[in-house]
Design a protein around this ligand. Structure first.
Ligand SMILES: [Zn+2]
Length: 177
Protein backbone atom coordinates (compact mmCIF):
# COMPACT_ATOMS: atom_id res chain seq x y z
CA UNK A 1 0.00 0.00 0.00
CA UNK A 2 1.30 3.44 -0.84
CA UNK A 3 -0.13 6.92 -0.63
CA UNK A 4 0.93 10.37 -1.66
CA UNK A 5 -0.14 13.84 -0.66
CA UNK A 6 0.69 17.32 -1.81
CA UNK A 7 1.46 19.44 1.24
CA UNK A 8 2.30 22.65 -0.54
CA UNK A 9 3.49 23.86 -3.91
CA UNK A 10 7.00 22.77 -2.98
CA UNK A 11 6.36 19.80 -0.68
CA UNK A 12 5.12 16.37 -1.53
CA UNK A 13 4.70 13.47 0.84
CA UNK A 14 4.82 9.76 0.07
CA UNK A 15 3.77 7.08 2.53
CA UNK A 16 4.40 3.41 1.87
CA UNK A 17 4.14 0.22 3.85
CA UNK A 18 6.90 -2.31 3.39
CA UNK A 19 6.29 -5.37 5.53
CA UNK A 20 5.76 -3.89 8.97
CA UNK A 21 7.75 -0.74 8.24
CA UNK A 22 6.09 2.50 7.30
CA UNK A 23 8.30 4.55 5.05
CA UNK A 24 7.66 8.27 4.86
CA UNK A 25 9.36 10.37 2.24
CA UNK A 26 9.16 14.12 2.09
CA UNK A 27 10.12 15.63 -1.22
CA UNK A 28 10.96 19.31 -1.23
CA UNK A 29 11.45 21.02 -4.53
CA UNK A 30 12.62 24.58 -4.56
CA UNK A 31 13.70 26.35 -7.72
CA UNK A 32 17.02 24.81 -8.69
CA UNK A 33 17.05 22.53 -5.67
CA UNK A 34 15.56 19.15 -5.02
CA UNK A 35 15.59 17.63 -1.57
CA UNK A 36 14.26 14.38 -0.28
CA UNK A 37 13.84 13.36 3.33
CA UNK A 38 13.05 9.80 4.20
CA UNK A 39 12.23 8.10 7.47
CA UNK A 40 11.22 4.55 8.23
CA UNK A 41 9.24 3.52 11.29
CA UNK A 42 8.38 0.10 12.62
CA UNK A 43 4.62 0.41 12.89
CA UNK A 44 3.22 -2.99 12.03
CA UNK A 45 0.70 -3.62 9.29
CA UNK A 46 -1.88 -0.95 8.58
CA UNK A 47 -5.46 -1.78 9.39
CA UNK A 48 -6.78 1.22 7.47
CA UNK A 49 -5.34 3.83 5.12
CA UNK A 50 -3.30 6.47 6.95
CA UNK A 51 -4.84 9.86 7.67
CA UNK A 52 -3.07 13.14 7.28
CA UNK A 53 -4.05 16.21 9.29
CA UNK A 54 -2.94 19.78 8.89
CA UNK A 55 -1.91 21.00 12.33
CA UNK A 56 -0.93 24.63 12.19
CA UNK A 57 2.12 24.97 9.98
CA UNK A 58 2.96 21.28 10.16
CA UNK A 59 1.25 18.02 9.29
CA UNK A 60 0.50 14.98 11.41
CA UNK A 61 0.11 11.57 9.92
CA UNK A 62 -2.04 9.08 11.77
CA UNK A 63 -1.26 5.46 11.02
CA UNK A 64 -3.67 2.91 12.43
CA UNK A 65 -2.00 -0.47 12.70
CA UNK A 66 -2.59 -3.77 14.38
CA UNK A 67 -0.33 -2.60 17.22
CA UNK A 68 -2.24 0.66 17.71
CA UNK A 69 -2.18 4.16 16.32
CA UNK A 70 1.06 5.85 15.43
CA UNK A 71 1.51 9.56 14.86
CA UNK A 72 4.21 11.14 12.76
CA UNK A 73 4.76 14.86 12.58
CA UNK A 74 5.97 16.33 9.34
CA UNK A 75 7.46 19.75 9.61
CA UNK A 76 9.25 22.04 7.20
CA UNK A 77 12.39 19.90 7.10
CA UNK A 78 11.87 17.09 9.54
CA UNK A 79 9.91 13.91 10.13
CA UNK A 80 9.45 12.76 13.73
CA UNK A 81 7.16 10.53 15.73
CA UNK A 82 4.90 12.05 18.36
CA UNK A 83 2.92 10.36 21.11
CA UNK A 84 -0.56 11.44 20.16
CA UNK A 85 -2.68 14.09 18.59
CA UNK A 86 -4.88 15.85 21.13
CA UNK A 87 -8.04 15.99 19.11
CA UNK A 88 -8.02 14.94 15.53
CA UNK A 89 -11.50 16.28 14.90
CA UNK A 90 -10.31 19.86 15.07
CA UNK A 91 -7.75 19.50 12.33
CA UNK A 92 -8.50 19.56 8.63
CA UNK A 93 -7.83 16.34 6.79
CA UNK A 94 -5.45 16.41 3.87
CA UNK A 95 -6.50 14.18 0.99
CA UNK A 96 -4.20 11.23 0.37
CA UNK A 97 -3.88 9.79 -3.07
CA UNK A 98 -3.74 6.07 -3.55
CA UNK A 99 -0.66 5.40 -5.64
CA UNK A 100 0.40 2.13 -7.23
CA UNK A 101 3.08 0.03 -5.60
CA UNK A 102 6.59 1.03 -6.71
CA UNK A 103 7.07 -2.41 -8.23
CA UNK A 104 4.25 -1.74 -10.68
CA UNK A 105 5.60 1.61 -11.70
CA UNK A 106 8.08 0.20 -14.21
CA UNK A 107 5.29 -1.15 -16.39
CA UNK A 108 3.61 1.72 -18.11
CA UNK A 109 0.70 0.47 -20.09
CA UNK A 110 -1.82 3.14 -20.75
CA UNK A 111 -5.38 1.98 -20.25
CA UNK A 112 -7.32 1.78 -23.46
CA UNK A 113 -11.03 1.39 -24.02
CA UNK A 114 -12.00 -1.02 -25.38
CA UNK A 115 -9.00 -3.28 -24.95
CA UNK A 116 -8.33 -4.83 -28.28
CA UNK A 117 -5.25 -6.09 -30.05
CA UNK A 118 -3.57 -3.24 -31.83
CA UNK A 119 -1.58 -3.41 -35.01
CA UNK A 120 0.48 -0.71 -36.67
CA UNK A 121 2.81 -1.76 -39.45
CA UNK A 122 5.10 -4.41 -38.04
CA UNK A 123 4.23 -3.45 -34.49
CA UNK A 124 1.47 -5.28 -32.72
CA UNK A 125 0.27 -5.07 -29.18
CA UNK A 126 -2.22 -7.22 -27.33
CA UNK A 127 -3.22 -5.85 -23.98
CA UNK A 128 -5.28 -8.88 -23.10
CA UNK A 129 -2.27 -11.14 -23.05
CA UNK A 130 -0.03 -8.21 -22.12
CA UNK A 131 2.32 -8.84 -24.97
CA UNK A 132 3.92 -6.52 -27.44
CA UNK A 133 5.77 -7.06 -30.63
CA UNK A 134 7.84 -4.50 -32.45
CA UNK A 135 9.50 -5.84 -35.54
CA UNK A 136 11.86 -8.54 -34.37
CA UNK A 137 11.53 -7.58 -30.74
CA UNK A 138 8.86 -9.31 -28.71
CA UNK A 139 7.87 -8.59 -25.16
CA UNK A 140 5.45 -10.48 -23.03
CA UNK A 141 4.35 -9.54 -19.55
CA UNK A 142 2.17 -12.54 -18.98
CA UNK A 143 3.29 -15.36 -16.74
CA UNK A 144 3.53 -17.69 -19.66
CA UNK A 145 6.09 -16.13 -21.89
CA UNK A 146 5.89 -17.18 -25.49
CA UNK A 147 9.35 -18.69 -25.33
CA UNK A 148 8.31 -21.15 -22.61
CA UNK A 149 7.59 -24.55 -24.09
CA UNK A 150 4.85 -26.22 -22.14
CA UNK A 151 4.09 -28.96 -24.64
CA UNK A 152 5.55 -30.53 -27.72
CA UNK A 153 4.55 -32.91 -30.43
CA UNK A 154 6.21 -36.09 -31.50
CA UNK A 155 7.88 -35.64 -34.88
CA UNK A 156 7.27 -39.30 -35.66
CA UNK A 157 3.58 -39.88 -34.90
CA UNK A 158 2.43 -36.34 -34.08
CA UNK A 159 0.99 -37.18 -30.70
CA UNK A 160 1.09 -34.49 -28.00
CA UNK A 161 3.80 -34.88 -25.34
CA UNK A 162 4.76 -32.91 -22.25
CA UNK A 163 7.78 -30.62 -22.44
CA UNK A 164 9.49 -32.75 -19.80
CA UNK A 165 9.03 -35.97 -21.76
CA UNK A 166 12.14 -37.33 -23.41
CA UNK A 167 10.45 -40.09 -25.36
CA UNK A 168 7.07 -40.27 -27.01
CA UNK A 169 4.53 -42.10 -24.89
CA UNK A 170 2.93 -43.53 -28.00
CA UNK A 171 5.69 -44.68 -30.31
CA UNK A 172 8.80 -44.28 -28.16
CA UNK A 173 10.45 -41.93 -30.63
CA UNK A 174 13.07 -39.69 -28.98
CA UNK A 175 11.67 -36.19 -28.63
CA UNK A 176 13.48 -32.88 -28.95
CA UNK A 177 15.19 -34.08 -32.08
ZN1 LIG B 1 5.36 -40.75 -31.34
Amino acid sequence: MAYAAILSSTQQLAIALSGTQTQITLMISNPGQQQSLSSSFSTGKWISPPKLFKVGASFVLQIDTESGSHYVQIQQNSISTIDALSSTDDYPLVKLQDIPEPSQKSVEVKPMQPIQPMKMGDMSMDLNSMSMQMGKMAMSLSNQAKTTVTEQFCSQCGIKAKASDRFCRSCGHELNK
